[in-house]
Design a protein around this ligand. Structure first.
Ligand SMILES: Cc1ncc(COP(=O)(O)O)c(C=O)c1O
Length: 458
């Protein structure tokens, strides 16, 4: 049976399936419904981040333990949301609990450095092959500092950014994150689309947007803006448009191009940093950039970020040309959690365990896709993965836009109602496995996925 015949059958079924799953979802969560009503009175929008508002409603949480999380209605889920990619340690990991408890008793904030910061910087230098590091508190701060540093050391203002990459919510990178198809303009010269309210046009105009996996586009942008580009920033594996991997040679080629133009290369490894391997895509690819931004999984569930750079870039911090500052930078609680994460959680054995789980899960999902002749793809890199609901390969954001949004939404709902918590953004997000997950957890995911496949072709 050709997959195209099935695609049209799939289309007809999806709306009805979503409606039925939403009813089940709401029936299972009366306490969340009550909390949302209460929250709306004094919490703007009824949640603590717009991205915590799932459709049909936000899920309010009670607690987490190991690979599981529990909502306020007492329902257990295998956590593959992973706190948007941060919870690689799982929940209440004994090493993190011990490190944080000990530090709480010794003081949680000094705004002066502690010895853990030196140890962590040494370890990050070893894992990412970038010599000098600073700390911050969120991925947004890390990419903001990286862009500021690039502008400081080059004396230039423009940055090249990949269409569909997300780098946090500061002005310089809030351009063409998840634009609509009718906004993006021609592929040769993508239009820079403001990704949020409050982004001044003047700042948006400092961003040159290029498609992923296209070295020609980078060469063209550099030529058209000769001597004006400070840096190119990208997620070296795109993880805010499902997962899109770089073609062989792409990262090395763009590094050579930007360097030849006197500009810098910044990897935003906020999502990929420890989830794809111990030294992120930097180590996996062997293509070391001028700056690396880390956050999310780095702190084992506590808020922390890091910016690593070459000696020449980071000299701007040392000599005061760029003041990298922040009251909570290097916070001792965050440093204690980070040190425990790097020492006791993200070990070689943990990565072997994650690889085993990911390989097994992938095989189960691919068998289901083949059985139902759906033509979809499993894209898994380390502990991260997703199903791309499209037969054609996805090489860049414009391909991603062609994917039927509804399938991602239906998948999220069916996983949720089947006891697996995925990030609530359908096709945009991915799963994250933690070191505390086991095969029973991934089997539950695979069983829910098989139900999805059966339902859409029924
Ligand atoms: C690749 C990437 N960079 C930066 C950020 C921003 O991180 P934060 O939310 O910690 O500010 C995110 C958040 O999802 C991200 O995915």
């Amino acid at each position: 049976m050709p997959s195209t015949v099935l695609q049209s059958a799939v289309s007809d079924a999806v709306d009805d399936l979503i409606a039925a799953e939403e009813q089940t979802f709401l029936r299972r969560q009366p306490r969340s419904s009550e909390m949302i009503v209460r929250a709306r009175e004094h919490l703007a929008g009824g949640a603590t981040s717009n991205w915590q508002i799932a459709e049909p409603q936000a899920v309010w949480m009670s607690h987490g333990n190991g690979s599981k999380v529990y909502d306020v209605d007492g329902t257990e889920y295998v956590d593959m949301h992973g706190g948007y990619g941060a919870s690689i340690a799982g929940h209440a990991h004994p090493a993190i609990v011990a490190a944080v408890s000990q530090q709480v008793r010794r003081g949680t904030h000094f705004a002066q450095p502690t010895e853990d910061a030196i140890w962590i910087a040494e370890e990050l230098a070893r894992r990412f092959d970038v010599p000098l590091w600073r700390f911050a508190n969120s991925g947004t701060e890390a990419t903001m500092d990286a862009v500021h540093l690039a502008r400081t050391v080059t004396g230039r203002d423009l940055i090249i950014k990949v269409e569909g990459c997300y780098h946090g919510h500061h002005d310089s990178v809030q351009v063409s994150v998840l634009p609509e198809a009718d906004e993006i303009g021609p592929r040769e010269h993508p239009v820079g689309v403001a990704a949020n309210g409050g982004i001044p046009r003047a700042i948006r105009d400092l961003v040159i947007v290029v498609p992923f996996n296209d070295t020609e586009a980078v060469a063209r942008a550099l030529a058209e803006h000769r001597d004006r580009v400070a840096a190119m920033i990208l997620e070296p594996v795109m993880m805010n448009a499902g997962i899109i991997t770089p073609h062989a040679g792409y990262l090395a080629a763009i590094r050579d191009l930007v360097h030849a133009a006197g500009a810098l290369l910044i990897y935003d490894e906020v999502k990929t940093g420890f989830t794809t391997g111990p030294g992120g895509v930097t180590a996996l690819s062997g293509v070391v950039p001028d700056m690396v931004c880390l956050a999310k999984a780095l702190g084992g569930g506590i808020s922390v970020a890091a910016i690593g750079g070459t000696t020449s870039v980071m000299s701007a911090i040392a000599d005061g040309r760029y003041e990298q500052v922040g009251t909570f930078n290097g916070n001792p609680l965050a440093m204690a959690a980070t040190r425990a994460t790097l020492t006791d959680v993200l070990t070689p054995q943990a990565y072997a365990h994650l690889d085993q789980l990911a390989t097994d899960l992938r095989a189960q999902l691919e068998a289901t896709i083949a059985e139902y002749r759906l033509g979809w793809h499993v894209v898994a890199v380390g502990a991260k993965g997703c199903v791309t609901f499209r037969s054609e390969p996805v090489r860049e954001f414009r391909d991603f836009l062609q994917i039927d949004d509804r399938l991602g939404q239906l998948h999220w709902l069916m996983q949720h109602n089947g006891g697996v918590f995925l990030p609530p953004w359908g096709k945009v997000e991915q799963w994250l496995l933690s070191v505390q997950h086991d095969k029973a957890d991934t089997d539950r995911f695979a069983a829910n996925f098989a139900r999805l496949a059966a339902a859409v072709v029924a």
